[in-house]
Write a protein that binds this ligand. Structure first.
Ligand SMILES: Nc1ncnc2c1ncn2[C@@H]1O[C@H](COP(=O)(O)OP(=O)(O)OP(=O)(O)O)[C@@H](O)[C@H]1O
Length: 503
């Protein structure tokens, strides 16, 4: 599901109030009856129904009238609630391009009023299960339908808590900025996922940095649990940043050694396959001496043991639900068995909602003008670029270049321009050198105009190659998912339902 923030600017305070009312109603109902929504929202003169229609129009609510007139939140609706809160806290002001799609999240670039860029991660746990839940449920004794909200929220909270504890202790992780509901805002790392790197200048150094990181994590009582090339970002200086923490486990976990060894093995295998580097020395679980305990800090950040327990239980239940979704009978049976503790924790704190609502005002309308100006500029410059080959490059590049459909202005115009990496620049310089040599020996000198054209051509070729590679690796969801699956031992079913959720 793609996040499209354009409706934000058209929604009134009453609309948001009604959206929150649906969220609260989903505590006990899969589809919240219209009368209940209106009651909770408590709007005058039939305002509730009008707001429901508006929210439905923007696809923030899903309607079902089979048993009674009821509505539930869509992912987009839940995204909006979180975005609205983050905007009202002045954490973010603009939403930019999507820069990543994980199995369980969508990643966007966002910016605040000072044009500082961050990354917004929207957790999407349980999205497959959510789709399989039967529509004939009306009243939820045991918060089944809302579990995707709760699960995504817990996952975000866990990731935020771990990221904060790690960041505060000097680990190379993004800086956590804020979170709300199922969203985290963190600093943007200037680097590439290691899976996109074809060659390293110093493979042995990077390898030993990674192994040291695994051991250092263990000395703080933690194992990443998904330590692979997809969750390691590397920059041009070959510095590393670790991302994605919802699966972290403690070194006192029953299977801690297995998780530790798996993390180590993942890196060894990858280095051997990709860089032809055999890591002869590698750490064992017994090498890691626990010196610190980050658990306390993680708890202090809000992710208590109770939440951890809930998270594990729900995760397991969601997995079981995925497996049994084909079997209609099983589904309804298992529903009755589903008793999860701590229902009160389920939906957002009412107080928080009310405060947020009061603070949250229509703050997005003024952004239109700047954005339109930008779009006009883009159009006029593209008119000049009529040459066929330029168009070809743009076509291939469209997902990586400036998103012309974006509804929100973005801070730095040049942000999405291709940044040619050092290797490409070196390659071009080398080609230049060869050409000059040839010219000298031929006795035919290139005019400055010819040289400019040739350089442009070469640059375009480089970009084309780079883009092809990137598109193949990052945008083609199917191969990525299957590779990830082999790393993480995910079921085929899980992957195919994930892939279908994007189609
Ligand atoms: N702080 C960040 N800075 C820059 N890019 C990021 C950042 N966080 C995530 N990304 C990009 O988003 C991609 C997906 O992020 P992440 O691994 O956190 O998602 P995920 O849903 O947890 O993935 P999965 O569950 O499939 O492992 C990353 O590969 C990376 O390219």
């Amino acid at each position: 599901m793609k996040l499209d923030p354009k409706a934000l600017r058209y929604l009134s305070k009453d609309d948001f109030r009604t959206l929150v009312a649906v969220e609260m109603g989903m505590k006990n109902h899969e589809f919240v009856p219209v009368s209940l929504i209106c009651n909770i929202a408590n709007l005058k003169f039939g305002g509730g129904k009008k707001a429901i229609q508006n929210l439905h129009k923007f696809k923030l609510l899903f309607h079902d009238a089979r048993k009674y007139d009821g509505y539930k939140l869509t992912y987009l609706g839940y995204d909006f609630l979180a975005l609205k809160t983050l905007v009202s806290r002045d954490v973010i002001s603009y939403v930019g391009n999507q820069i990543g799609v994980g199995k369980e999240s969508d990643i966007y670039v966002v910016a605040n009023d000072n044009n500082e860029e961050f990354v917004l991660k929207l957790h999407r746990l349980g999205r497959t299960s959510f789709k399989t839940i039967k529509n004939n449920r009306d009243y939820l004794k045991h918060r089944k339908s809302a579990s995707w909200l709760y699960l995504s929220r817990l996952s975000a909270l866990k990731e935020y808590a771990y990221m904060k504890a790690l960041y505060d202790n000097g680990f190379p992780v993004p800086q956590p900025i804020d979170y709300n509901r199922h969203c985290i805002v963190m600093s943007r790392v200037r680097g590439y996922p290691m899976t996109q790197i074809m060659e390293l200048r110093h493979p042995s150094k990077v390898y030993s940095d990674l192994m040291n990181l695994i051991v250092r994590l263990a000395s703080y009582g933690l194992i990443h649990g998904d330590f692979n090339e997809f969750n390691i970002l590397i920059n041009d200086e070959e510095e590393l940043t670790l991302i994605d923490f919802p699966q972290m486990v403690s070194t006192s976990h029953l299977n801690a050694e297995m998780y530790f060894d798996r993390d180590v093995q993942c890196i060894r295998t990858y280095f051997e396959k990709r860089f032809n580097f055999i890591g002869e020395k590698y750490p064992k679980f017994s090498d890691a001496v626990k010196q610190y305990d980050l658990d306390v800090q993680v708890n202090a950040s809000g992710f208590t043991r109770e939440f951890e327990k809930d998270f594990e239980t729900l995760n397991q239940e969601q997995n079981e639900l995925d497996f049994s979704s084909d079997d209609d009978n099983n589904d309804s049976d298992s529903e009755d068995e589903e008793e999860v503790e701590g229902q009160e924790k389920e939906i957002v704190d009412e107080k928080e909602i009310n405060n947020d609502q009061d603070k949250e005002q229509e703050s997005s309308q003024e952004e239109d003008e700047d954005e339109e100006d930008e779009d006009q500029e883009e159009e006029s410059s593209s008119e000049e670029e009529k040459e066929e080959n330029v168009e070809q490059v743009e076509e291939q590049f469209k997902d990586l270049a400036v998103n012309k459909n974006r509804e929100y202005k973005f801070s730095k115009d040049n942000d999405f321009k291709v940044v040619l990496r050092k290797e490409y620049m070196d390659e071009m310089a080398q080609l230049d050198g060869e050409r000059i040599q040839n010219n000298d020996t031929d006795g035919t000198k290139e005019t400055p105009e010819e040289m400019r054209k040739r350089k442009e051509e070469e640059k375009k070729k480089m970009i084309e190659q780079k883009v092809k590679r990137q598109l193949g690796k990052t945008i083609g969801g199917r191969p990525k998912a299957s590779v990830r699956n082999s790393v993480k031992n995910r079921s085929k079913k899980e992957i195919s339902s994930h892939i279908s959720s994007y189609s």
